[in-house]
Design a protein around this ligand. Structure first.
Ligand code: CAA
Length: 247
């Protein structure tokens, strides 16, 4: 198969790591984008090498900054080649009931989880279209589909991710570039483990499968959507949530 260059944002988090691994297993060259404040890059790379993933390229930058995104993609292209696959995965939470939410918690989540899609996609989409092949996968959330108390900021951003996906999919459909969204449910990552134990337990009790997702169950869907044979799938939102919610 043709080896593609895949850039994954938020690559060193729980979900990002699994996405990088599944894309590498599918034969792609992976560029791992991470926040400059993440200070465990070397340990992460050592862990990846130990697991058999030895040639990840790393680029550092804040996805909420347009300049950083331009710099990261330039570095990725210089080190690995043109980006064929973009996985917009970086995301944060600042959960608070709306009555207590401050503007900074709203702004941070919108900037990192939604404006980042403009910032990153802008660097690659026209070039993908010019080459006639591209895959853009945006990580939304079950909570962008159903809404979640305590997450007006996150639910709004993740719903925005779906709107962005559908609109861009329509723009690029005739150019060989697909744009799809994945809506994970609750995945066993640090982000979810930060929920108070009693709240998390009640969430798991509400999942028909009575468990959290394994990160690789989401990573695998990214590899699926990045495949040549997913070329007729665009503008889709794939729910992977253990039966928690259907549209
Ligand atoms: N629906 C409606 N009301 C709710 C509620 C719910 N699910 N949960 C709590 N409340 C209400 C309580 O009844 C209480 O109301 P009263 O004050 O009238 O009694 C009030 O909210 C409690 O508010 P507080 O601000 O005092 O609550 P808190 O500070 O203890 O916790 C919270 C607020 C941090 C948002 C907490 O409820 C929480 O963590 N909720 C879970 C949010 C969540 O699911 N986050 C997902 C994170 S992981 C992720 O986002 C990944 C992904 O994509 C799935």
């Amino acid at each position: 198969m043709t080896q593609r260059i895949a850039l994954v944002t938020g690559a060193m988090g729980g979900l990002g790591t699994a996405i990088c691994q599944e894309l590498a297993k599918a034969g792609h060259k992976v560029v791992a984008s991470y926040h400059p404040q993440f200070d465990n890059k070397d340990a992460w790379l050592a862990e990846m090498a130990e697991a058999g993933f030895k040639d990840f390229v790393c680029v550092a930058g804040d996805v909420s900054s347009l300049e950083d995104c331009e710099k990261m993609v330039n570095e990725a292209e210089a080190a690995a080649g043109p980006v064929d696959i973009l996985i917009n995965n970086a995301g944060i939470t600042r959960d608070k009931m709306f009555a207590k939410m401050e503007k900074d918690g709203w702004d941070a989540v919108i900037a990192t989880n939604l404006t980042s899609l403009f910032n990153m996609t802008k660097q690659v989409s026209a070039k993908m279209a010019a080459r006639g092949w591209g895959r853009i996968v945006n990580i939304s959330s079950v909570n962008g589909v159903k809404g979640q108390a305590g997450q007006t900021n996150y639910s709004a951003a993740k719903a925005g991710v779906i709107g962005f996906t559908k609109a861009l999919a329509a723009e690029l459909a005739a150019k060989g570039v697909t744009v799809n969204a994945i809506c994970p449910g609750y995945v066993a990552t640090k982000m979810v483990m930060a929920i108070k134990p009693e709240v998390l337990q009640s969430i798991i009790d509400g999942v028909p499968m009575k468990r959290l997702a394994k990160p690789e169950e989401i990573g695998y869907a990214c590899a699926y959507l990045s495949n040549d044979l997913s070329g007729f799938t665009t503008g889709a939102t794939i729910n992977i949530n253990g039966g928690l919610y259907y549209q």
